[in-house]
Ligand binder design. Sequence first.
Ligand SMILES: Cc1ncc(COP(=O)(O)O)c(C=O)c1O
Length: 436
Amino acid sequence: MTDVFYRSPASEYPQISHGEGIYLWDTTGKRYLDGASGALVANLGHGRQEIAQAMAAQAGRVAFAHTMRFTSAAQEELAARIARLLPYGLRHTYPVSGGSEATETAIKLARQYFLEIGQPQRFRVLARWASYHGNSLGALSASGHLARRRPYAPLLSDAFAHFPPPDSACPGPGADGECDCTRALRAALEQSDPATVAAILLEPVGGSALSGLVPHDGYFEAVRRIADEYGILLIADEVMTGFGRTGEILGMCHFETAPDLITAAKGLSGGYAPLGAVIAGDRVYGAIRGGSGRFAHGFTYGGHPVACAAGAKALEILEREQLVDNARRMGALLRAGLEDLAQRFPAVQEVRGLGLMQGLVLQTAPNPGAYATRLSDIAFADGLIVYAGSGGPEGVLGDHVLIAPPLVVDAAGVQELLDLLAAAFATLASLVRSDA
Ligand SMILES: Cc1ncc(COP(=O)(O)O)c(C=O)c1O
């Protein structure tokens, strides 16, 4: 009997022992290939002593000093590294402790920006159906993932409106630069009264709600144009895609579209510490700095020196080992292998994604999520971790999995992952046959 309130209290969990590179071991000695980097978190691989030492050194000097009163060398270094790495003038880092906190922060920052520039009527946020931005109530209100929203629907805010995700079958923009996908955004804006909208919040590549969906060419350019036309901020949720996962430093780099704000977490520290951030360009930062001079927001642990030390070291390694390039090269190998797997297993209907963020769309199961969950349970039993998802543009229906090993994976690791995955699909096929 445990005293822990587990995520699923009726379940039993193996106890983690240690990790190294793309592998984890539990306390029975069983080895797992981490084909999902946890939940697209462990980008630098497991067991990096260098990061552990940087955190220990920081904790040994001072573990906590409130950011109301102090900055720290770790926070300054993290922000300086981010400013150097990111394009689009994104160089003002507001550190927090995770993705949901980053979403809450970005929403409030957008709101305050409009207060600062004398447009107090703007507060609404537009986001997409089949999106995920976090589980705290503001972030969940923004999220368009129905299964996660439904139990809490009475608590969600109507300051958020939703429009459909890009259609993967859309032929792209016509001569006017628009398509049905961007017209749906315009329609949602008009319905919400565009003069009250503060921000459009989007994941560059579909994450847990739309495994690997890549918008078609011209989509983000049109979204940016529409945002500008109505004077609205564009926020890119780079919590999963940011810092190399897709083979570019940011997901938005694939679309050459500059957001006003991004949210980041997960890969920012590679999971070595709970760390997230909102990173702003000059437009928003300048309005606060030159206006009231104070962002009316804050979390006790935002800018925690130990978390920032982990993030700074993680970014140093990302650069030194050229892991963004590796994500691009290994992503191409992984993609080719997954497409081959899709030929062999009819359960796989589509392969999509960028770099080391690849999604498999599965045959729709009678119960939402059933195939994806079953596949990931089979794989887990055989020592492979994948990330199961459910839902899609039509609602709760849709099964998919994300395959996203750490960015340090090599060709042998990709092949081992593919072999384990093929074995899991073979088992799934035989179980589904015996159910029928
Ligand atoms: C795109 C995206 N945004 C936000 C979040 C929320 O992050 P966290 O779980 O760290 O609060 C997630 C988590 O999976 C995510 O995938």
